[in-house]
Write a protein of this length. Structure first.
Length: 460
């Protein structure tokens, strides 16, 4: 099972650009790439999909246990011949100061993935070896098998760095990228601008791939990937499924405004027999027919506020369906869309669905950021992640259904209420991974089945 992990010494070192370039270059070689992203990220996987034409899956050792991670990774590699995993932040950055929870290094060890360390070589010579040696020595169990040096001044500079790194660390350098190539991708308040919104993305990716082919030894990279240790297959014991849910249609908004979904969440729904029906709140005039429920993911409704507001017919159709009891689960941007409206940073207010009796307001600073544990009830807990620069106005009309906990060093650091309930709709800020507790999904799907049965009987 050929696989490599592209890690960085820190955020901003260039691992996303290099990962995309390697994916594109190997795709040109005829490799069928299985892309992955460490951590709770939605935007980078969108670029992965664009480049490889295959869905990218998230690997997060805080959200998921080791057995589940192995299962999902092996499953993601099915019918693919090369796995490329893009890391998150610095190699050892994880949950708090725990390098073996949520970090790229932890994923590397769990899945026995040869790791390529990306470093910034600007302004250095022998110090580059000290940097690489430090990352190697910090945890000898992390299989660092190669180094890529970004932002060097030229080939002569690279040769100096290569010589000292290989001499003093015994780790091979497999290539570099010169500085000032002008190939970086633009960002906005939640990270990179999503792939769907980037002009001339294909041309940019082609340029990055050409640079990778020119400056990085892809043959050496493939050799490293081919020498990965074997990984044993695992099976998961899934909760008992109600056979009646098979064939249910669940609507999934998927467009420029709504695209934040964990691929394995969608795959799990399909695995248990759900038919996913995509639609666009930006373009469609009404919901697809015969839906039993809705899963409204996150995205950037605030960026497309004007377009969403102008689609009045769709907003009214959605609101009517929710008022009649159609079950819906909405996350972050989905929550914002179901409110009365969104106020952007310029004070402009855009009307939204108007189902949840509150308003959303964009803020200049992050409101919540990080991993959370969610207590839905005394028997159902699930893990998630929050990252948003908006807030909803609290009022007495809102009915909160669960507690959210911010954990640090095994202790509860903060607790707050979230999970707004109205009719059969649950809307909240946290993005959750269904595999951290599949019973959460099954509880929602069972509601959808009940709604479908009532609809058939003419009770709705």
């Amino acid at each position: 099972m050929k696989r490599v992990l592209i890690a960085g010494t820190s955020s901003g070192v260039g691992k996303t650009t290099i990962s995309l370039g390697i994916m594109a270059a190997l795709t040109k070689r005829g490799r069928c790439i299985a892309p992955f992203k460490v951590g709770p990220d939605y935007i980078d996987p969108g670029f992965h999909r664009f480049v490889t034409e295959n869905p990218s899956r998230n690997l997060d050792s805080w959200l998921l246990d080791e057995k589940t991670l192995k299962y999902l990774f092996i499953r993601g590699m099915e019918n693919k011949d090369f796995g490329i995993i893009e890391g998150v932040m610095g190699l050892y950055d994880g949950f708090g100061v725990n390098k073996d929870c949520g970090s790229t290094a932890h994923i590397s060890k769990i899945l026995k993935i040869p790791t390529i360390l990306v470093i910034d070589g600007s302004g250095m010579s022998s110090s580059a070896a000290a940097m690489v040696l430090g990352y190697k020595a910090y945890d000898e169990k992390v299989p660092i098998k190669g180094v890529i040096i970004n932002r060097v001044s030229g080939k002569a500079h690279y040769e100096i760095l290569k010589k000292v790194i290989e001499r003093d660390t015994n780790i091979p350098c497999i290539g570099y990228l010169p500085k000032n190539l002008g190939i970086s991708l633009n960002s906005r308040h939640l990270g990179l601008i999503p792939a769907e919104e980037v002009d001339n993305l294909k041309n940019k990716v082609d340029t990055i791939a050409e640079l990778i082919e020119k400056y990085i030894d892809l043959d050496k990279l493939e050799d490293i990937a081919a020498n990965a240790e074997p990984i044993d297959k695992v099976d998961l014991n899934f909760p008992k499924i109600n056979e009646k849910i098979k064939g249910l249609k669940i609507g999934i908004p998927m467009d420029k405004a709504f695209s934040f979904y964990y691929e394995d969440n969608l795959q799990l729904m399909k695995d248990i027999g759900i038919e996913l029906v995509h639609f666009s709140p930006l373009k469609d005039r009404e919901l697809p027919k015969d839906l039993a429920g809705l899963y409204i993911g996150g995205g950037f409704p605030e960026v497309f506020g004007k377009e969403l507001e102008e689609n009045l017919r769709f907003r009214e159709n959605l609101k009517e369906s929710l008022e009649k009891g159609m079950p819906a689960y909405a996350e972050c941007g989905g929550l914002m869309y179901l409110t009365e409206g969104i106020e952007d940073l310029n004070g402009e207010f855009y009307k939204m669905v108007g189902f949840i009796p509150t308003k959303a307001k964009m803020t200049k600073r992050l409101q919540r950021f990080g991993y959370v544990e969610i207590e839905v009830d005394s028997k159902l807990k699930i893990r998630g992640h929050e990252f948003h620069r908006s807030m909803i106005e609290d009022n007495e009309k809102l009915n909160y259904s669960y507690n959210v906990y911010k954990i640090r060093d095994g202790k509860v650091k903060k607790r707050w209420r979230c999970g707004v309930i109205k009719n059969n709709t649950l809307a909240a800020y946290a993005h959750i991974h269904f595999y951290s507790n599949p019973n959460f999904l099954l509880k929602f799907i069972n509601k959808c089945e009940e709604f479908k049965e009532k609809s058939k009987g003419g009770l709705i």
